[in-house]
Ligand binder design. Sequence first.
Ligand SMILES: C[S@@+](CC[C@H](N)C(=O)[O-])C[C@H]1O[C@@H](n2cnc3c(N)ncnc32)[C@H](O)[C@@H]1O
Length: 276
Amino acid sequence: MSTRPTNLQRLDSVGERRCPGIVYLVGAGPGDPELLTLRAARLLTQADTVVYDHLVGDGILGLIRKEADLIYVGKEKSCHTLPQGEINALIVRLARQGKQVVRLKGGDPFIFGRGGEEAEVLADEDIPFEIVPGVTAASGVSSYAGIPLTHRDYAQSCVFATGHLKDDSLDLDWVNLAHPRQTVVIYMGLGALPEICRQLMAHGRAANIPAAVVEQGTTDKQRVVTGTLTTLPQLVAERKMKSPCLIIIGEVVALQEKLQWFHPDATASLGHAAIA
Ligand SMILES: C[S@@+](CC[C@H](N)C(=O)[O-])C[C@H]1O[C@@H](n2cnc3c(N)ncnc32)[C@H](O)[C@@H]1O
């Protein structure tokens, strides 16, 4: 077991709190407020300030303490309301003012959420922080779409990748992504879908491997389109699918027809909270 003191302990050990504030990096899950952790829901009712991203829906924002300050920092692709450096500086500043800050992010903060970068800054600045995991899109969206990411008959491994790289290039490890009996989940890959399918086929995946795109998964606007590596790009273009979308590729996608259980139109009658 590690003997390294935690961020909080380090401050307590000097007998005084140089910084009474704290930052919670909280995962809001993929959309359905019912998927929030108890810890996340509790922190939202206690926060002084909530700094949130564009993927956090109204159903979740509605749970925040009425007296709390809400700061929207955006972060849609190529449309950052506040650059990352300024977000980092903002949460440090708020904590130094003694605030209990919730930095609320879609999905899980540590999966394509820049939570690692923000936690590093907090550690460097000696600001107490905690990480509250959330249901990541791969897990939540695949479940609501009825696509198991692993299955003993079809996929023994699952890999998450991003289809959006820092400099807009798509330089993924195609050899590893094209492994057989593996499910590939791609975040932020909608714009690169034709290239992703082309590269996987060029690296050995069969043209008829099932593949899906799920738009706004877990919400009342969820749409699922399934096809194959050959047909999916055109199907998605015809349906004019828009971000946020998750791409799932692998034999497990064939189970979607049988396992789909979430019907957004029926969410109200099932008691599911719909997200505006
Ligand atoms: C910046 S990443 C954030 C991922 C997040 N940290 C997580 O763990 O899910 C945003 C991408 O996640 C995926 N995503 C997040 N929520 C989604 C949803 N409800 N439906 C489909 N895709 C979603 C999309 O690929 C979207 O472009």
